[in-house]
Write a protein that binds this ligand. Structure first.
Ligand SMILES: Nc1ncnc2c1ncn2[C@@H]1O[C@H](COP(=O)(O)OP(=O)(O)OP(=O)(O)O)[C@@H](O)[C@H]1O
Ligand SMILES: [Mg+2]
Length: 293
């Protein structure tokens, strides 16, 4: 799918302001950003639930308004409630019918199994816990064999096992060449499964790219003894973290030379630990840079 130049204004608030991004088949893309950044509004525009003020949307090779593409999209909304008097089985059957998909009952059951609800298939969803409802929501998003899956915070209510299950689910979707757009505040999860990330802030794309592009900055933690003024010069640009020097580096191949240089100057090198900033650190950096502007 791709979206280009999306805009949405609510009264005086520009919720989404010129957002452009793509999700290819077989790719998991993470949509990140602070509360109110516009993530859910973008997702709702993709799905035709909110009308954009401007911009273009293509879904699975068709124009965004084409109902034929909608049937091939799986969607887990941010806030949802199913009819409390229906059983999990019945909810899935209803949504399969609504999608116009011919999914055999056994496959629908298997889908409940995938989200860990196999033994609750016949229970009414009114009695489901929050996490169980979210699991059912995931099953609904996946049951009609979608080619594009849009998940608006699928794991916010899930226990650690459930989160790990969702991670495996996403990886298997990617393997089957499904396109996945994942909005989540659980950055560790996004970092683990996403190929690319789009960071929204104040309705705009504040940063985007592959994880390697976004987290490209590498660093070296050095524990040293006997640092002379000449060695200090060699460590120019390093920050101190306790008794460690943290040196940003451009290329891991520079490491032997840095260490050799230090040793030559009589410094005793106790530890050399390569590191890279986390997605969380990068996200905070991007958002704080936006605040300063
Ligand atoms: N129906 C609406 N009417 C008026 N304003 C809205 C409406 N929906 C969203 N907004 C506003 O648009 C902005 C973006 O909201 P949105 O729900 O897209 O944020 P979000 O990034 O999904 O945040 P969160 O992380 O809290 O889910 C917010 O300022 C919000 O108040
Ligand atoms: Mg939201």
């Amino acid at each position: 799918m791709w979206a280009s130049g999306l805009r949405k204004r609510y009264r005086r608030r520009q919720a989404v302001d010129d957002v452009t991004f793509t999700v290819a088949r077989g790719e998991v893309v993470g949509l990140l950003g602070p509360n109110g950044a516009g993530k859910t509004t973008v997702i709702k525009m993709l799905l035709g639930l909110v009308r954009p003020d401007a911009g273009e949307i293509m879904l699975l090779g068709r124009h965004g308004t084409d109902p034929a593409s909608r049937a091939r999209i799986g969607y887990l909304p941010e806030l949802f409630r199913y009819q409390p008097w229906l059983t999990a089985d019945e909810v899935l059957r209803l949504h399969t019918r609504l999608a116009g998909a011919a999914v055999p009952a056994a496959e629908q059951r298997a889908c409940l199994g995938l989200v860990g609800l196999a033994d609750r298939a016949g229970d009414r969803v009114g009695g489901f816990s929050k996490g169980m409802q979210q699991r059912l929501g995931l099953a609904v998003a996946l049951v009609a064999r979608p080619e594009l899956v849009v998940l608006d915070e699928p794991t916010s209510a899930l226990d650690p096992i459930g989160r790990a299950d969702v991670r495996d689910l996403l990886l298997s979707l990617r393997e089957r060449q499904v396109a996945v757009l994942l909005n989540s505040h659980l950055i560790g999860e996004v970092e683990r499964v996403c190929d690319r990330v789009v960071i929204l802030d104040h309705g705009r794309v504040a940063a985007s790219g592959t994880l390697a592009e976004l987290l490209g900055q590498r660093e070296l933690r050095l524990r040293l003894e006997g640092v002379t003024p000449e060695a200090e010069a060699l460590l120019d640009g390093a920050a101190r973290d306790g008794d460690a020097f943290v040196l940003p580096i451009r290329d891991p191949d520079d490491v032997p030379e840095i260490v050799a240089g230090l040793v030559k100057l009589g410094v005793r090198v106790h530890a050399v630990e390569p590191g890279r900033i986390t997605l969380e650190e990068r996200l905070l950096e991007v958002i704080r840079a936006g605040e300063d502007r």
